[in-house]
Design a protein around this ligand. Sequence first.
Ligand code: PLP
Length: 1010
Amino acid sequence: MDGQAMRHDWLLDVLKPLGIGGPLRQLGGEHDLNFRAVTAEDDVIVKAMRQRGEPALVERQCAALAHASAADPGLPLPQVLAFPDGLPWQAVRDDEGQSRIVWVQRSLDGIAMGEAGPQQPAVLAELGALAARLDRALEGFALQTATEAAKWDLLRAGWIRDRLDVLDGERRQLVAAILADYDRIFPRLAALPAQALHNDLNDYNILVVPGLTVPARISGLIDFGDMTVGPRICGLAIAAAYAILDHETPEAALAALIAGYHAVAPLVPEEVDLIWPLLRMRLAVSVVNSAIEAVDRPDDPYVTISQAPAWRLLENKAIDGALIGARLRAACGLPVTDNAERILAWLDANRGDFAPVLGVDLDDAEVVSLAVEDSILPENPFDLRADEARRLTGAVDDRIRLGRYGEPRLVYTDRAFRKGPWKASNRRTVHMAVDIFAPAGQAVHAPLAGKVAMVEYRANPLDYGGVVIMEYRTGAGEVFYALYGHLDPAVCDSLKVGDEVAAGAVFAKLGAPQGNGGWEPHLHFQLALTLDGMGHDWPGVADPDDWVLWRALCPNPAALLNLPEERVACTPVDTAELLAERIARFGSNLKLSYRRPVTFLRGWRHHLFDEMGRPYLDAYNNVPHVGHAHPRIRAVACDQLARMNSNTRYLHPAQTALAERLTARLPQELEICFFVNSGSEANELALRLARAASGGYDIVTPDHGYHGNTTGAIDISAYKFNKPGMHGRRPWVHLVDVADDYRGRFRRDDPDRARRYAGQVDAALAEIEQGGGRLAGFIAETFPSVGGQIIPPQGYLAEVYRRIRAAGGICIADEVQTGLGRLGDFYFGFEQQKVRPDIVVLGKPLGNGHPVGAVITTRAIAERFAEGPEYFSTFGGSNLSCRIAAEVLDIVDDEDLQGNARRMGERLLSGMRELGGRHEVVGDVRGIGLFTGLDLVTDRESRNPATDVADYVTNRLRDLRILVGREGPADNILKIRPPLTIGADDVDMLLDRLDLCLKEAGTALRATKP
Ligand SMILES: Cc1ncc(COP(=O)(O)O)c(C=O)c1O
């Protein structure tokens, strides 16, 4: 740095009057030099223009900045410092004796968006709004276009036509097509009003302050060096082009940006339609320009590398360019086509006068719901079975029934409905038609006169079967379309494209499952306002995240069925409403996960589905041990509920059967079972057993432990009793350190750490003795979970148990988190520690969601306990609970879920270790099987907990459709603990998304570090 400061000594004299005397840190820039420096008050950017540069260029920028800042003082623009003579710039001779124009700006917060990476929609909406404000602020600014800018002026971008020779093959064709599009829109573009434009809001001219616990924000719009005069839509298209580079959801990102602009400076539909062709043209100019440079500088790899993102966007086949105009119009709340409002008004005015589509009045038809919230079809939301498709409504008679428009459904399970590589990727769920269920063979009539636009037989299972698209006209001759799906394929013989069909005429029949795609017979009746961008291959269901577009393109067709909209419109569960009701009815310390709470209505194995049918990978919940909605659990529960349910006062084989299954898994001495209905109740009972057996009362337990929410369980849970508003430690509770060998007192570099941690028990025992107490026993989560997914060092529990037993105490293993195969190599956690507890406590996973817990102990302890009063728990040991719990144990064995936990755990942990190698924020990766933790740190040296990073990652993963939790005294440890059914592709998804989140969080952490 000093060396560079020396080289630029020629700057120091001119900067001194501004209070800049210290070192100049050089920033990027080749011909123009840029430095970061400080004055007494500010960080500043010193800019020294290229040698012999024109002062006019700087003057122009300073004038534009002054103009825009005066018009809108809130804009985050650089502020130019004035020199003592009042001028914003000075001419200086550099060390080569050449003249350079020097000027100084206050530096703004944040980092370049290009460095921060693709931004989320809310940030892009803010960027859109700021771009709109900047355009407004520059409206009255008189600017002469500088000649250098011509290359980047979208009004003069046609120059690339003569340089397509620098591209080869497909790329040349691609750019030629973009150019042809540009030529097509050019007359419309040239006719728009022009104004002064920044013209280069690329991702390095936009500053952003990334956020971990607060949303990221745009903090600067900089570099006015490429200003030009043109239609504002050109400037917006340029900003948009760079903002969506390498974005995972470029269409949504673009829509957010444009809607943000429109909200501040309303766009007209004609402008909106120009954005996509202009955006592509800007990138085309950029790639052609680079290709030309590459010819001049064949050895400079940077030229090619820098263009890769632009090519990736231009060549991205997943983007549906034909629909972007409609998408952006819909995002802005503008009519999706020019005649949309007139067509809808005409349909509404004629509601009631159309010929009945099935020849009968639909007024009294029953409406059936296939919505996520109502229907339990399909059993497996990833695989609709043929028999399920044939009985969607479960109807037992031939009456006509209606299925709703806008209804999120889980029945669309084919891979074609999925939008990404993983099972939890977005999928299309929202029905865009009205269904009319009626017997196969029922005649389909034309509601009005029209012409056949398409007739086909789509033979694939769960496709449309026979399908017709009709073209209709309003009274004023405006064209719209309707699709009739699931018809008898015979329609292909009787109709052809161009045939006229009179109003009321029968033109098709409802297909039977053999010919209609395999569905219960029904008509899928869908409306579309245009074929532009849709052609004849209409999607029948939409991604809920794209609903704004699709509900505009394919509105509710109720009018054509002579029905009021509401009768066939679905209003899905409203998460905001649910939240408000919850707040009204429940205590505020009943916490919800995530900043954006999530509603789940269905589950299957290790996935959950929200109210819109969006799938989420559940990498957090350990209660659905053998997977959500396991059919075997449902079957035994239904079966037992159909029989009887009672308690342990009567004999029942299910109770003894469960006891036998559990004890068969445990060391021989653990032979007596008690059944309860929660982990808390189980721990309460364990305390009573220990006290009865030992005659003592005092308990030794590790810090930060959690054993439940009842009074006694809280008393032994430091994680709770040490929180503000709690009573603190009871005198009969004695804490030892949690045996955390990453961050704790004794670490992995200490070979004696297990013994040292265990040795703390001696102090606790001494404390009991000094206080006149008597030891009842020791309780610990075998692997402390809320303490931070800790795996105690090998030998720890053996040392602890030896000391406790020597003092007459009972050793209790809380295996609520660790038991039943989760650890892969071990069925119970204590096996890993090579100990035999006196009492084992089980809960959560035992009932797979049904409330059941168990306490298993030795005969001697149980006998001491039996000397007291009768033991009875109303729900503990219910026949229903026992059958479910036994089924869980069987499923773990039958499906080799313990083996899966081992295999998937290894995959997950090795992937996490690999992430740890690449992301500085990862301090420690730990776990066994599917009990894992990722300890996040601000830096690896101090191991200080990166709580904000963990908060960011869990919330961001939720948005990316993955559930994980966080734990530890500082809430900085990601807790990944999925149902045991998780598969390799799910683990890979988790690792991939975690990689993204850690990258984003690392960038934000670096940007916000002082
Ligand atoms: C280790 C441990 N023990 C006991 C409990 C309490 O179980 P429950 O919530 O079923 O009462 C929990 C709950 O999280 C736990 O993690």
